[in-house]
Design a protein around this ligand. Structure first.
Ligand code: SF4
Ligand code: FE
Length: 492
């Protein structure tokens, strides 16, 4: 079963025994909870589209391990073409769900771990790569959804992990046993964790010798004993409890994050991929973040496509579509959105083969991609709100619209052009509200800022990768100033 059907995926989640709190209460069956279910539907779409022959080329790939057809989310990129297809697949899913579809985190973690464990073994004589390959094979055969858990809660940001007053501010090894390790700590804002079969836990930053108990990486079933989830609130989330389908803006799809708490969780050695090799923690973080910064050049662009379409519809529905400033704003939104896509594609085309054989994106361009994502979706959202008008946030509720007494009044006074039903106008304005201010704004706005690393993290990488010394030599050569040292690198 290398490709699960969407129904098989849902059934597989039902068998899991998650311990999850949402608004102070234990949730019995997460897939049936009205706040959680739309996020499950988004991941389900990654299974559904993989079954559709028209998307086969983007959604599936050939396993380099078995030669079987697998879901691209379980694939190790074998070429720059694979890297490009990954971004195109993410744009497709963003266009389909207008949400975070969550499954990319595991794909990015798998690819980062493959090359890092290989290089770590070569340098340290460890045996992590073979263990990881067994895990990868099982993931491909089972068509698992995997969450990648990186971000620790971090406590006092001015202190390293081992100097924190509370040692659990970074997830760490509390016991090493003959059969495995025991870990404690918490991972913050974990995307899609409750829609995942397994979690790949990684260190959150470069660790030093004194922090080596925090340089730990492992795989764990998402419902393992000792893991508790505390579900993250999203703006307007309780609209999903109201039972309607207009005010939610996007009834079918959504995303989720949760605080994931590990209370002395046992991990067998077979599933441990780093334990104390602190010198390789930075490599793993950098590579995972690089892949996920590439990812944003696909998923956010897909959601942007929906938002641009919604803004254009809003203008159509109120009769403003022919206004030159509206047309120009839609052009600007498209320009910004395609700029993000260009970054996602370019860092993929400029990728290279790693020592383990899979392909890595161009780190500088991936970081430029994500830095743009911290800005451009905000401007796209601003323009969408501009075109939508204030009604997007002052409109009466769906219940008023459906009320036998007042409904006709709402319908009459919210009418735009005569040929379009008021309900359609309400729906498209609620969709814009959902993406810019509601539940989907988690994925489209704040996650654009902080997901895959906050803006400063990209600026550090851009400064490291930008090769300023080489650029100075180029300037000297052109200006007739003697070179101070030979530039060993080919200019970009
Ligand atoms: Fe995928 Fe984008 Fe969500 Fe990350 S933010 S998991 S890349 S959809
Ligand atoms: Fe993300």
């Amino acid at each position: 079963m290398t490709l699960m059907t969407p129904d098989q995926y849902e059934a597989s989640l039902r068998k899991m025994k998650f311990k999850v709190y949402l608004q102070g209460e234990l949730v019995k069956t997460p897939v049936d909870h009205p706040i959680i279910r739309p996020s499950m539907n988004s991941v389900k779409a990654t299974y559904a589209l993989a079954q559709d022959p028209q998307y086969e080329d983007l959604m599936t790939a050939t396993s380099h391990l078995t030669g079987k057809k697998i879901n691209r989310f379980c694939h190790l990129h074998q070429s720059t073409e694979d890297l490009v297809k990954k971004v195109k697949m993410q744009r497709l899913l963003g266009r389909t769900t207008a949400s975070c579809f969550q499954r990319c985190v595991g794909m990015d973690a798998l690819n980062a771990l493959d090359s890092t464990t290989f290089e770590m073994d070569a340098a340290c004589g460890t045996k992590y790569h073979d263990r990881f390959a067994k895990f990868l094979l099982a993931a491909q055969e089972g068509d698992w959804t995997i969450d990648g858990a990186m971000t620790d809660v971090k406590g006092d940001r001015g202190l390293p992990p081992s100097k924190q007053p509370d040692p659990d501010m970074f997830l760490h090894v509390v016991e090493k046993r003959a059969d495995g390790i025991v870990v404690k700590g918490a991972k913050a804002h974990q995307t899609g964790c409750l829609n995942s079969h397994w979690i790949l836990v990684m260190p959150t930053q470069t660790m030093t010798e004194e922090d080596k108990d925090y340089a730990v990486c492992f795989a764990i079933p998402a419902d393992a004993d000792g893991i508790t989830y505390i579900y993250g609130r999203q703006s307007c989330d309780t609209r999903k409890l109201e039972g309607g389908d207009i005010d939610v803006g996007n009834k079918q799809y959504g995303g989720h994050e949760a605080l994931m708490v590990f209370e002395n969780v046992f991990v067998p050695w077979d599933n441990v991929f780093m334990c104390g090799e602190h010198a390789f923690s930075g490599m793993l973080v950098e590579r995972f973040a690089g892949y996920h910064r590439q990812s944003y050049g696909g998923c956010k662009v897909g959601v942007g496509d929906v938002l641009i379409g919604a803004a254009a519809l809003a203008a159509d529905y109120n009769g403003a579509a022919k206004a030159s400033h509206v047309k120009d704003k839609l052009i600007e939104m498209t320009h910004l959105n395609e700029t993000l896509y260009a970054c996602g594609i370019s860092c993929s085309c400029e990728g290279h083969k790693t020592a383990s054989g899979n392909y890595q994106i161009d780190l500088l361009l991936a970081n430029v991609c994500k830095q743009n994502v911290t800005r451009m979706p905000y401007e796209i959202a601003r323009l969408a709100e501009d075109i939508a008008g204030g009604l997007m946030v002052t409109m009466p509720s769906e219940k008023d619209f459906k009320n036998p007494e007042i409904g006709k009044v709402v319908e009459k006074y919210l009418q735009g052009i005569a040929s379009v039903p008021t309900e359609h106008r309400m729906r498209v304005l609620r969709l814009i509200e959902n993406i810019t201010l509601g539940t989907a704004a988690v994925g489209y706005r704040t996650e654009s800022m902080h997901g895959a690393g906050s803006p400063q993290a990209q600026r550090i990488m851009i400064s490291r990768q930008g090769n300023l010394a080489e650029k100075k030599e180029l300037a000297k050569a052109v200006a007739g100033i003697p070179a101070t040292k030979a530039s060993g690198k080919t200019p970009r």
